[in-house]
Design a protein. Structure first.
Lengths: 191, 191
DNA sequence: CCCGCTTATGCAACTAGTTGCATAAAGGTG
DNA sequence: CACCTTTATGCAACTAGTTGCATAAGCGGG
């Protein structure tokens, strides 16, 4: 149950309309909590119904008309409560690792090329994060809030660094693997 | 759509009953693809209905009776197809990073202690992985399959290493942060 | 002024994962 | 043997996220 809290955080940083939020989720916030516009609109409705946010008054509130929201006191309190509450880290689910384990059973055919592609994507993401770091956190920008936000970005940078390095390692392993001449992969029993 | 493929992989490694699978998902497989027993039973039913696996013949197939499954040819083919197919890495969702970003707006109250707890948990997980590495991948065990499986474990080790280091960094930042004397966190507008 | 494109909001149906509980057999204990 | 716990399987309802599409206003040509 984190989407509402992601939205509350975003709205506290800056009151926005649904579409503006969507744009922000495609950039900064989405780097660690992605959401589609449909999720966002639905959740905005719920948050408004629950009295945590409200639509800023507008001249002509009609369909196709921008509607900006701001956070109410109850919303801020809820976000503070949620942030402070103890939460267990949830077990991870990573498709790439699963595919690699499957490849150990059915063969690596086809996987190699896709991992190379992933290496490219993670490399690009890493560059993008580094760019943001240069832009948003020059030396000296180190108030309490800057430090916390920098910490979040740092996690993104270090994670992408991990992935690029791990994928490089995996790719070099693939290259030194013997050709899978059919039968190389012991045909774990199928009927 | 990865749970069925996780199950196919597990069953190819070793035919098992639902409960045995559940146990294995609590250990090795669950380290990168977790699943509850309800998910597993449901999916076993679907896979059987789809002709990808079949129940091994049993004397008395009754409720409360172990029922083991094995993978059929179609199941193996499907797993090979899925493994080789190109897949985009999906955007991540990490609650901890989200909480940290929220804390930059509503204050760090309470978060510190929970991050310390997470540091402990990740540290323990890291130790467990290292233990497995010592046990399952002694020097010399480096056939193609061992190499691939070791690669997966390596990812787990490196990820937990990242988290412990990042959390250590975060915790030290928290300690050097000024006391949040109410108002330290600019009260981003609430109505 | 009608056509198509962009901006903006939203519903409905679907898929995946979670939570809570039910059922039944097996095996031990008083 | 009546009761309790453990092993093993499973259904039903719920929550969260995804996909596909609908609606409507504004705006710029031809």
């Amino acid at each position: 149950m984190s989407l509402p809290h992601a939205i509350l955080t975003a709205l506290l940083e800056k009151p926005s309309s649904g579409l503006e939020l969507t744009r922000r989720f495609d950039r900064s916030i989405g780097y660690f909590w992605s959401a589609t516009h449909q999720q966002i609109y639905r959740e905005l409705g719920r948050l408004e119904a629950g009295g945590l946010i409200r639509a800023l008054p507008s001249e002509h509130p009609a369909r196709g008309q921008k509607k900006a929201y701001e956070v109410l006191r109850a919303g801020r309190d809820e976000l503070a409560r949620w942030t402070a509450a103890s939460q267990d880290p949830k077990p991870m689910r990573d498709v790439t690792l699963l595919r690699l384990r499957a490849a150990a059973v059915v063969g690596t055919e086809g996987l190699h090329a896709d991992l190379r592609r992933h290496r490219e994507l993670h490399g690009r993401q890493l560059e993008e994060y580094r760019e943001i770091e240069r832009r948003d956190f020059p030396p000296g920008k180190d108030g309490p809030q800057d430090r916390l936000r920098h910490l979040v970005l740092r996690a993104g940078i270090d994670l992408e660094t991990f992935w690029t390095q791990w994928l490089d390692h995996a790719l070099s392993e693939f290259e030194s693997l013997p050709e899978p001449d059919e039968g190389e992969w012991p045909g774990a029993r199928t009927a």
